[in-house]
Write a protein that binds this ligand. Structure first.
Ligand code: AP5
Length: 209
């Protein structure tokens, strides 16, 4: 199954993808995670995009498309994938259309107020990428990852001023993809406001499997 997860920042795309990758037995490819790994590894690409991510702007299309093309060519993506956070612009969607045939684009719907609550309370383990929420999914010990015992961090782009900017960028550049994929007959809407298990169940039901 070739899937794209679409939706505002903080809608829960990464959270659902971590369940869905096991359910469907396909890799979770998050462009945000790929960029963050480059930043952590201090690669040339990482140095180039660090400030862009921290401010909540989009990385230029040419860089992002080349990175995704390379990732989709890897063996584990041959039998399907979940693309999380890509495409985010019409140019990226057009480029993806030339690379692969999609089965569905899942549109996670969540209002602005809930997005802000989810992002401002998100914490993560830097080494494993595991995601928590201070209220909705707290770690067993405050500020500490359950598995590694490392201190949890807040992403730079989860600070209040970056959150507002990311939402504006989403509305301007990414939301038009909803109409794009509706026209392509690929869009399925999922209400992202209930619990992760409920959201996952809705998605499985709408994808029929
Ligand atoms: P990226 O990492 O993709 O960020 P995003 O799209 O803004 O998405 P998030 O990771 O913030 O949210 P999510 O929907 O995965 O929510 P999560 O599951 O974590 O991109 C980061 C940056 O990289 C971009 O700003 C850009 O600079 C660059 N970039 C990436 N892709 C790009 C592209 N294609 N082109 C150009 N630039 C690109 O959940 C959020 C919180 O809510 C968590 O704390 C979680 O525990 C909680 N939660 C989740 N679901 C629920 C639920 N159902 N109920 C209660 N709480 C929940």
């Amino acid at each position: 199954m070739n899937l794209v997860f679409l939706g505002p920042p903080g809608a829960g795309k990464g959270t659902i993808a971590s369940q869905a990758k096991k359910h469907y037995g396909i890799p979770h490819i998050s462009t945000g995670d790929l960029f963050r790994n480059h930043i952590k590894g201090e690669t040339d690409l990482g140095k180039q995009v660090k400030a862009i991510l921290a401010g909540g702007d989009l990385v230029p299309d040419s860089i992002t498309i080349a990175m995704v093309k390379e990732r989709l060519a890897e063996d584990d993506a041959k039998n399907g994938f979940i693309l999380d956070g890509f495409p985010r612009t019409i140019a990226q969607a057009e480029a993806l259309k030339m690379m692969v045939q999609l089965d569905a684009v899942v549109n996670f719907e969540l209002g602005r107020e809930q997005v802000i609550k989810r992002l401002s309370g998100r914490r993560m383990c830097k080494s494993t990428g595991r995601i928590y929420h201070l209220t909705y999914d707290p770690p067993k010990r405050e500020g500490i990852d359950d598995e590694t015992g490392e201190a949890l961090i807040q992403r730079d782009d989860d600070k209040p001023e970056a959150i507002e900017h990311r939402l504006d960028v989403y509305l301007e550049q990414t939301e038009p993809l909803i109409s794009f994929y509706k026209r392509e007959g690929l869009l399925v809407d999922v209400d992202a406001s209930p619990s992760p298990n409920n959201v996952m169940a809705q998605m499985v039901s709408v994808l029929k499997g």
